[in-house]
Design a protein around this ligand. Structure first.
Ligand SMILES: [Zn+2]
Length: 390
């Protein structure tokens, strides 16, 4: 298969061959159509999309497979399905469903880079806890971690926790030694606790600037501490609702493109029509035109309904970043965080690299990314039809 377009990193027009699951020859052209070629987008935080809910009490492997397929249509080649705070039985059920989906379909297994468990070892306080159910918030437990990995067949790769619990450093050291990335999130921790967590191996801040108190001491506080900590990468929800444009811009500049990741943190109603929905975790929610999701009859956010292409467009629009930098934060950086650049040669568009690619053009009026094609592990899993032209 040959594809034409411009490399997002350099702008060079090329013709590119996909063969045997890798990128074959790349030939330069004098000109090319306005299609950008990017390393496959990787979303490390997805709770659901198009009605498929990772955290539904009765989630099935079919739901997980359908979720992956739905995201391919949005140019997201790979993801970390995200299991949030619930009882251990509920968490293990979701983990098993994901593991079974991976065994059922090798391409889905390739697309599920690892599982992200967000909670239940988070702050019990209103604000930092976000929409996670208080009844199931608890301190870190290594025995439970072992049972999770058994249910997940070893596929857990990220755990988001709050380092405000005693003995949390021992927990972080143990799971880090097991190859898991520990992320700090939904936290009310003091600055010393954050530093200790990083010393113990924590490497990421989960959706920095969200999952926090509505009002905090101006400084010092846990946001500045994480923003300034160069050993932490940080993920950001740039859906246009979770962070005001000025905050998005300032935080991305402070953390730097090389340490920042874009995540959708999408919930199951993402991608659906505006309306009122009943959700497992958030209760009754209202999806407004424009994509804002509120707890019904309140001004409070109940989750994100974006996907990575919207976040990329927002970062270009609101934070003054180049398209190349915005795409990097949604492709190369998450790939590098998970070590998939060396393990699977993902995250670059060059001869011999893995053929996980996203092709898109930018709508000249809206600035939105229109996905043209998605290639996962060398297979064309989505191609926009001509009649979808707008
Ligand atoms: Zn969260």
């Amino acid at each position: 298969m040959w594809f034409e377009g411009r490399l997002v990193e350099s702008g060079y027009p090329v013709r590119l061959e996909v063969t045997d699951r890798v990128i074959g020859r790349i030939e330069s052209l004098h000109t090319a159509q306005d299609v950008w070629i990017a390393p496959g987008l990787l979303d490390i935080q997805v709770n659901g999309y198009m009605g498929h809910d990772v955290n539904a009490r009765d989630v099935t492997p079919r739901d997980i497979i359908d979720l992956v397929h739905a995201l391919w249509q949005r140019g997201v080649t790979a993801l970390c399905p995200t299991v949030i705070t619930q009882s251990e039985v509920h968490i293990c059920h979701a983990l098993q469903a994901i593991a079974t989906a991976c065994k059922a379909d090798p391409l889905v297994a390739h697309a599920i880079s690892c599982i992200h468990v967000e909670g239940p070892y988070i702050s019990p306080e209103d604000g930092p806890r976000g929409a996670h159910p208080l009844a199931h918030v608890r301190p870190p437990d290594l025995a439970e971690y072992a049972r999770w990995q058994e249910a997940a067949e070893g596929r857990i790769g990220i755990i988001t926790l709050s380092p405000e619990y005693p003995a949390v450093s021992e927990y972080i050291r143990s799971v880090t030694a097991d190859g898991v990335i520990v992320a700090i999130g939904h936290t009310g921790a003091k600055e010393d606790d954050i530093r200790a967590a990083v010393d113990a191996g924590a490497r990421l801040s989960t959706h920095l600037g969200n999952g926090s108190h509505a009002q905090i001491q101006r400084h010092p506080n846990y946001i500045w501490e994480q923003l300034a900590e160069d050993r932490l990468m940080a993920s950001f929800i740039c859906d246009g609702h979770h962070l005001p444009p000025a905050v998005m811009k300032a935080m991305l500049r402070a953390k730097g493109v090389e340490r920042s990741l874009l995540v959708s943190d999408a919930v199951a109603v993402a991608g659906l029509e505006p309306g009122i929905y009943q959700t497992v975790v958030g209760g009754q929610v209202e999806l407004l035109p424009g994509g804002r999701l509120n707890l019904y009859n309140t001004p409070y956010l109940a989750g994100s309904t974006s996907s990575l292409p919207e976040c990329i467009a927002n970062v270009v629009r609101y934070a003054g970043l180049t398209l190349a930098d915005a795409v990097r934060m949604a492709s190369v950086n998450p790939v590098q965080l998970l070590g998939l650049d060396t393990l699977q040669r993902r995250g670059s568009v060059r001869s011999g690299a893995a053929a996980d690619l996203t092709f898109f053009h930018i709508d000249q009026f809206s600035g939105e990314l229109i996905i043209e094609a998605t290639i996962v592990h060398g297979e064309l899993v989505y191609q926009r039809k001509a009649e979808q032209d707008t």
